[in-house]
Each structure stands twice: as C-alpha cells, then as structure tokens.
Design a protein around this ligand. Structure first.
Ligand code: GDP
Length: 458
C-alpha cells in the first residue's frame, strides 16, 4: 500500500529519561538519513539491515540536537508492515519536540491519533478486534483487564468469530448453490442440518454476549458503594481493602466535587469504589448526604457493601438502608467481630434476605470471604483466563447481539417452514455484522472513528 510517511512522539510528553519518536512509511529511512549522523559520520541508515540499532546524532543542518539510538524495522516485519524507524532520544520535552519538528521539516507529516495501528490494520497485520485490544492495553486499569486485552491481541476473538462466520457462509453457499441448481443439489433434510448449525452458533454467540457483562466488570471494575452509619467501620474497611498488598491502583477525581473513585484490587477482582466525601470523613451517610443521595448512588452501583457495627443494636437508620438495598446486589458485613457483639448474622440474614459475613476490619478477619463471595456473585465462582474470552468492547457487543438476533430469526423461519431464500437474507446479515467485529466489511467512517480514540504515536 502506497502512503505518505508519518511521524509522532510515541511516549508520554513529559520530562522523562528517554522519549521515543516513531516514523512509518516508505520515506522513513531516507528522511532520517537527512538528519542522522553516525558516530563515524559515514554510515547511512538506508544501507543498514533491518532490525538493527545505531548510535549517532540528530542534526538540523549542522546543529546537533541530540545524541540518539535509532532502530530500523523494515516492512513487512514491523508494526505497520511499512518501514519504521524509532528514535530513542533524551526525554526532555523541548529536545523531543525539536527532533519531531526536524523530521517533519524533512518530509514526514504528523501522524493522527491511532494512525500507526490503523496502518497495521489496513495493511492486514492485525484485525479490528486486535486493533481495539491495543487501545485497551494502553488504557487497562487493572491486571485482569490487561490480560484480557493481551488475549484479544493474540487474536482469540478473531478466531471465534471466524469459525462462526465460516459456518454461516458455508450454509449460505449451499443454499444458493441448491437454488441455482436444484437438479443436482437437494435441500431435502437440509433444514435439520441448518437448525443444528444455528443452535451451535447461537450458543457460541450467547456465550460471547454473556461474557460482555463480565467484560465490563473486568475492564472498568465492579461499581461498588459502601454504606453504613457513622462508626460502623466503613473507613476501616476501606483501609483494609487498600492495605499493603491491596494497593490503590488509581485515584481519579470524579466529575462532581465531592465524589471520588478508588480502584481497589481485591485478589483477582477489581472494585471501583465510589466514595463520597461523606463516607471519607466517616460521617453518617444517612444524615449527612441524605437517603436520596445514597439512593442515587445505590441505583447506579453493581454492588453495595453495607457495613454494620455488630456491637450496637439496629435502629431506624439501619432499617432505611436495608430498605434501600432490598432490590440490589448487596452484601452485609457485620463488623467488629473481634468484640462482644449483640447482632447475630442469622438474624440479619432473615430480616434482609442478603448474605451476611462476620468481619473485623481492625483485625483483617473475613476479608477473604468477601472476596470469595464477590467472585461467586459476579463471575459464578470462576474467573479464569485460560480459555475464556471476555468481550469488553461495546461496539463488538452490539454486533454480536445483532447477529444473534438474525440467527434467531433464521431459526424461526425454519420452524415456520419458510422457503430457503427467505432466511438467507438473515444469514447474510449475521455474516456481515460479525465481519464488522474483525474489520471485514466496515466502512471508512467507522475505521476512522475507532482509530481516533487512540493516543498519538500509537
Ligand atoms: P466509619 O465512621 O464507618 O468510617 O467508621 P471507622 O472506620 O472510622 O471506625 C469507627 C471506629 O470503630 C474506629 O475507632 C475504629 O478503630 C473502630 N473499628 C472499626 N472496625 C473495627 C473492628 O473490626 N474492630 C474493632 N474493635 N474496632 C473497629
């Protein structure tokens, strides 16, 4: 594919140890040759073999800008399948920008966000699901999200989708051939065979669709709200959760002034704790911010953790919270189990119909049980990455859902005894929609939209 040569700073633009500038396109080598001086002063990069590293200087005319290492990766054995040069320079903002400017002055143009990965896709090195995985790797907020994206980058979504598409196109081709040549190809008994294929494909797509729910929880974390009266031990619980090996992954200021999100890694699970200033200051959530605010928070949450101080009797505030959480996925923690308690877990279980765990935030008792419960509740007890695929991308999820509906329509048409050419339309629709996941049959606008979400230099 003939295209112009693009360049961008591939590392974050801040003062760091080194920065990397990436150049891709057929002019990469000749452009850099114009500004690169080897130590001996005679070496030309264009004469050097692929996948080698060279030490020298970047110059703007005779003025030396920086001392650099230059990596040569000739296409097609490169990220974009084009000739790529990467320049490792000193990490200052000024020097990095100056080198980029010099490259641009000598014939490259600045890359758009995601353009390197877009070229990798357009040049056939990766499919669209893999390209989206690259973006997810960059944005991964936790270990599991990262592992899942790496699996997608290996092409496991691509493989799954390919198998289903192959099966559909095979059936489509058979129907078309039989309709064209009814004397030699018979569709007798084909309905049953098609039903069997549809059943298999529908089961596979349903599994993928179901994985999307877990996928969101993996990618973004389980949206969790901690409720409880003052002194119940909410802050202590939070401290235990973010304790030594359970480090805070991020600390993102929310959109509203008093809301913070803390991402906590609890074993294999990522909890996105939506924390309010009220909770943080250990003030009564019910009195301070009112039941309404708690209600709003609870409505949006995937999980509510309700902390009760087991050394004091329940009062009307507890009853209000219990009412608030009755239709939600919630767990109740009876805290301070290290002291003499006056509340019994069985009693709370029967009042609330929720699972109750005795814990001591102070002594770090029962936290492992909380982790096991959450895994059980959200991931049916299993959260493994050996052969599971989790769809984490909304665009892919919608395409799967859409093709699933088309295949279900095919099933209905077969059951209703409709003629074959009737449902070949739905089969074709499912085939094409699945193609959009891996980037076959996607229009240019969609490609541009997807790659615009990338950062520069990727
Ligand atoms: P919050 O107002 O709900 O955030 O409650 P805090 O976490 O500030 O805890 C209130 C008080 O209870 C503090 O003095 C804690 O040390 C104490 N506390 C919290 N959890 C436990 C526990 O498991 N056992 C004991 N004995 N004390 C606890």
């Amino acid at each position: 594919m003939k295209s112009d040569t693009i360049a961008a700073i591939a590392t974050a633009v801040n003062n760091a140890g080194i920065s990397v500038i990436r150049i891709s396109g057929e002019e990469s080598l000749s452009i850099v040759d114009k500004i690169y001086k080897s130590k001996s002063g005679i070496k030309r990069l264009s004469d050097m073999p692929s996948h080698t590293i060279h030490y020298g200087f970047i110059q703007d005319n005779e003025i030396v800008i920086d001392e650099v290492m230059v990596l040569i990766m000739r296409g097609p054995k490169s990220y974009t399948k084009e000739d790529i040069i990467e320049i490792d320079c000193h990490g200052g903002i000024v020097v990095t920008k100056k080198i980029l400017e010099t490259i641009l002055k000598n014939g490259a143009r600045i890359a758009e966000p995601g353009e390197f990965t877009k070229r990798a896709f357009l040049n056939g090195r990766i499919d669209l699901s893999q390209a989206e995985a690259v973006s997810d790797i960059i944005n991964a907020k936790n270990d599991f999200a990262l592992k899942n994206s790496l699996n997608q980058l290996k092409g496991n979504v691509l493989e799954k989708i390919k198998i289903i598409r192959n099966s559909i196109i095979h059936d489509l081709a058979f129907i078309e051939a039989a309709l064209d040549d009814p004397e030699h190809i018979s569709l007798d008994h084909f309905d049953q065979e098609l039903m069997d294929h549809m059943n298999e494909n529908i089961a596979e797509l349903s599994k993928l669709l179901k994985s999307a729910d877990n996928g969101r929880l993996i990618k973004e974390g389980i949206k969790t709200v901690i409720l409880g009266k003052p002194n119940a031990g909410k802050s202590s619980l939070l401290n235990v959760l973010v304790g030594t090996e359970r480090a805070i992954v991020t600390d993102i200021a929310g959109t509203t002034r008093d809301t913070l999100e803390e991402t906590i890694q609890l074993g294999n699970i990522c909890l996105n704790i939506i924390d309010t200033a009220g909770i943080r200051n250990t003030e009564d959530i019910v009195e301070k911010i009112g039941v309404n605010k708690a209600k709003t928070m609870a409505e949006d949450a995937d999980l509510i953790i309700y902390v009760i101080d087991a050394t004091t009797k329940l009062d009307e505030n507890d009853m209000e919270i219990i009412d608030l959480i009755k239709d939600k996925k919630a767990i109740i923690l009876l805290n301070k189990s290290d002291l003499d308690t006056v509340i019994d877990s069985k009693e709370i279980e029967s009042i609330t119909g929720k699972s109750v765990i005795d814990i001591s935030a102070k002594e770090n008792i029962g936290i492992d049980k909380l982790e096991a419960w959450i895994t059980d509740m959200f991931f049916q007890g299993k959260l493994s990455f050996n052969d599971e695929i989790y769809i984490t991308n909304i665009r892919q999820k919608e395409a799967i859902s859409d093709s699933l509906s088309s295949l279900q329509m095919v099933m209905r048409s077969i059951e209703d005894g409709m003629p074959e050419d009737f449902y070949s339309i739905d089969l074709m629709h499912a085939y094409e929609t699945l193609g959009t996941i891996i980037g076959e049959a996607v229009d240019e606008d969609l490609v541009n939209t997807i790659f615009r979400e990338f950062c520069m230099g990727k």
